[in-house]
Design a protein around this ligand. Structure first.
Ligand code: HBI
Length: 97
């Protein structure tokens, strides 16, 4: 069972990853991405999917053409955990380089 982030850990995460925004009404964070086309978006999603599967930690996401929206939370913890921080860091690297 993953532990929820403390308030200090949460604030540190948000300051280090400002593109991720808290989701209203849930203990989760969300980021939107826009790519040149579907090929770029799906390539990104593929890299994230493989990392997520390896870590056994999966995003909630939505894709239309070149847009991808990702929400991260840990269902087992009913909120944000270090597993979300690790996946967000991977996702930022995959998107921003
Ligand atoms: N993905 N986001 C998220 N949160 C979880 O708690 C989670 C998951 N993927 C797999 C997973 N948990 C499994 O470890 C358990 O549901 C068995």
């Amino acid at each position: 069972m993953a532990a929820k982030l403390t308030q200090a850990e949460r604030e540190f995460f948000l300051s280090e990853h400002p593109a991720w925004r808290p989701v209203e009404g849930r203990d989760a964070v969300k980021r939107s991405f826009q790519f040149d086309d579907f090929n770029e978006a799906f390539g990104f999603m593929t890299r994230v999917a493989l990392a997520a599967e390896k870590a056994d930690h999966h995003p909630e996401w939505f894709n239309v053409y070149n847009k991808v929206e990702i929400t991260l939370t840990t269902h087992d913890a009913d909120g944000l955990s270090k597993r979300d921080v690790a996946l967000a860091a991977f996702i930022d690297e995959a998107a921003d380089g």
